[in-house]
Each structure stands twice: as structure tokens, then as C-alpha cells.
Design a protein around this ligand. Structure first.
Ligand code: ZN
Length: 354
């Protein structure tokens, strides 16, 4: 018997330097009339960069700068952004929600788009397929390459009780604007760690049980581009395409053991996603042969990974967090994953990072 794979990812994009300038044209197509403003949720990094100075936005279009205090958007923060937008635009339904930034601004915009049509609070939708109605037309504009958030249905958010995203078919953008010029000003180390997120998405998905020829084609080409970028000279255009293709691969399959172990580092020690993945990837050569290549990549880019410090109690909590991610662990290791990656094995893996 053959498996049937369900492949869901963003369907349409603009690609190229300056493509952000075609945003007004895209928004005008969505407006029935001027009473429906567009809402732009933007990384505060761009606040005084004049990004919108030359852009013909409507007078009632509303720009929110997403100043998140935590490493990842919280459900409370998303609810606050919602009430801020409602206060600004009144009872009018927005014609589009645009997320411009790294993972967080894009994730917040996915959630806000769905909340406008579904009502309720962000935490009502933490989990899989809880969103009933299609959201407001949403546009993703990445300003750093690697997360794949511009392509996938992943919508990261955390609440005091659970770290679970708004994972839904309605959390996929309707349109992506891929403008490499927007990524030029990202700090070099952040650009490295976020870019490596894509490399790791590909390595994990390629080795997983859900791999299939469709996803494989995207993963392999994405990896080729990552190698050109990280073992040759950094190229913003290629990195942006790599993120997109790697995003399709991971959106149609699943990650492996690196993301679950990395989630422990983020949750307990507060490391950001990209750097946490690299810290994990560095120490698991028995699970992924590409770790050797990763060491060349680190050398080539003059990157020294930080050592972690953690108490035994903190490691216990990281192990617990890792084990919560049963689906990717199954994808990597099969039905016996709990034995293969048991508490003692994980404990020792975390110790290697010190
Ligand atoms: Zn990732």
C-alpha cells in the first residue's frame, strides 16, 4: 500500500529585491472599499527605517510594532495586539493582515488574522486544527531567512500553561513577499543561526519516517543552497529561497530529535530557537551524519557556539520538555523512541553541551 501525503503550504509569492514596494498594489486588490484598512504587524527593528515612507498605504491602514518582551509571542501579548488593533480601526474588518519581520511578527500576524474571523482569545486555539473559519487574507514578509514561517502552518505561541502554537490549515499565509533586500541589515550572527534553522529542518525531515519524494525534492535543493551560502559566500537571495524550500519540506513532513531537544533549551534556559538548534545539532553526531559538515560550517563562518550551564534540576525539566514532543521523536526514531531517547540518554546529551 502506498501512503498519501497531504501537502499544504503558501501558494503565491513575489520574489526579488524591492518586491516589498508592491505591497500597496496587493492590498488594493483585497480592499472592497476604503472602510477596510490593512493592518501591518512589524518588527520594531524597522520602526525608524523609513520602510513605509514611499509606500502608498491608505490613511486608515494601521501599523503595529510588535514589541514582544519574551523570546516567543505569548497568548496574552497576541490578545493585547488584538485589542490595540480593534481600538484603532473600530468595527471594520481589516482587508488584510501583513506580518513583516522574523518568526515572531509573522506568527503574531497569523494568529491575529484567525482571531478576527473566529473570535475568542489566542489561548482558545492552542493545539492542532482548532481554528474553524478561514482568517483575514494574510501576507507574510520575512526580514531574516531561515525560520520557514513564511511557508508553514506553524504559528508559535506560548501561554503560562502550555507551549503550543495555533497550528491550523488556516495559519498558512495566503501570500508571501520574499524581498532579500529586507534581510541585508540583520546582524551577522543572527543571520547565521536563523539560516541554520533551515539546514536543520532539511536534515531532520530527510531522515524522518514521513519523508517522501515530494518533500525530498524541496529538502535536497534547500540543502544545496544552504551549502553554497554557508560554505561559500553568504548570499541573501539564495538563503531566502533555501528557507522557503526547506519550509515546504518541513511543512509537508516533520522535524526530528533536534527541535524537541532544542525546545528544552528554549523553555528552561531561554535560548532563542536558531541558536538552541545549533547547540543541539553540534552534539548529536550519532543521530545525524551531517554534524561533521556542520563543524566545517562553524569554522568557515567563524562561529563559536556558547556552552550552556544548567543544574541537574534544570536538565530534568529539559528532558521532560523534550519528551512532550512525541510526534517528531517518533518521526526520527520510530515506535521505540521512548526507549531509544530515554531520560538517561537525554541527560547525557544535555551534559555534552556544557
Ligand atoms: Zn526550526
Amino acid at each position: 500500500m502506498h501512503d498519501v501525503y497531504s501537502n499544504l503550504f503558501v501558494q503565491e509569492n513575489f520574489f526579488g529585491h524591492g518586491s516589498i514596494n508592491r505591497l500597496p498594489e496587493l492590498l488594493d486588490k483585497q480592499r472592497e472599499d476604503d472602510s477596510h484598512p490593512a493592518v501591518l504587524i512589524v518588527d520594531p527593528f524597522f520602526e525608524n527605517m523609513g520602510l513605509f515612507d514611499q509606500m502608498a498605504l491608505n490613511a486608515n491602514d494601521y501599523i503595529v510594532y510588535a514589541r514582544i518582551q519574551e523570546k516567543e509571542p505569548t497568548t496574552d501579548y497576541i490578545d493585547m495586539v488584538m485589542s490595540d488593533i480593534r481600538a484603532a480601526i473600530g468595527d471594520n474588518m481589516p482587508c488584510a493582515i501583513v506580518g513583516i519581520g522574523g518568526g515572531s511578527a509573522m506568527d503574531i500576524s497569523k494568529a491575529v488574522s484567525n482571531l478576527f474571523t473566529n473570535g475568542g482569545k489566542a489561548q482558545d486555539y492552542q493545539g492542532w486544527d482548532l481554528v474553524r473559519e478561514k482568517g483575514v487574507f494574510k501576507i507574510g514578509v520575512p526580514t531574516i531567512s531561515g525560520t520557514g514561517a513564511e511557508v508553514t502552518r506553524t504559528c508559535v505561541m506560548t501561554s503560562p500553561t502550555k507551549k503550543l502554537g495555533m497550528n491550523s490549515r488556516h495559519s498558512v499565509f495566503d501570500f508571501a513577499i520574499l524581498d532579500p533586500a529586507l534581510t541585508l541589515s540583520a546582524p551577522v550572527d543572527q543571520r547565521f543561526y536563523t539560516g541554520m534553522d533551515t539546514y536543520i529542518h532539511c536534515v531532520e525531515s530527510l531522515q524522518g519516517r514521513l519523508m517522501n519524494p515530494f518533500a525530498e525534492a524541496f529538502a535536497k535543493q534547500s540543502l544545496n543552497l544552504c551549502r553554497e551560502v554557508f560554505l561559500g559566500e553568504f548570499d541573501h537571495d539564495k538563503m531566502m529561497v533555501a528557507s522557503y524550500l526547506g519550509g515546504i519540506s518541513v511543512a509537508t513532513t516533520m522535524v526530528g530529535i533536534i527541535h524537541p531537544i532544542s525546545a528544552g533549551l528554549s523553555k528552561v534556559l531561554g535560548y532563542r530557537h536558531g541558536i538552541a538548534n545549533c547547540i543541539v545539532f553540534n552534539v548529536v553526531p550519532e543521530y545525524y551524519e551531517e554534524v561533521e559538515e556542520f563543524h566545517h560550517i562553524l569554522d568557515h563562518n567563524n562561529i563559536t557556539l556558547p556552552k550552556i550551564t544548567a543544574t541537574d534540576d534544570e536538565i530534568e525539566r529539559m528532558v521532560e520538555e523534550t519528551h512532550n514532543h512525541n510526534k517528531p521523536l517518533w518521526n526520527a526514531l520510530g515506535d521505540d523512541w521512548q526507549n531509544i531517547l530515554n531520560r538517561d540518554v537525554l541527560f547525557e546529551i544535555y551534559k555534552r553541551m556544557m
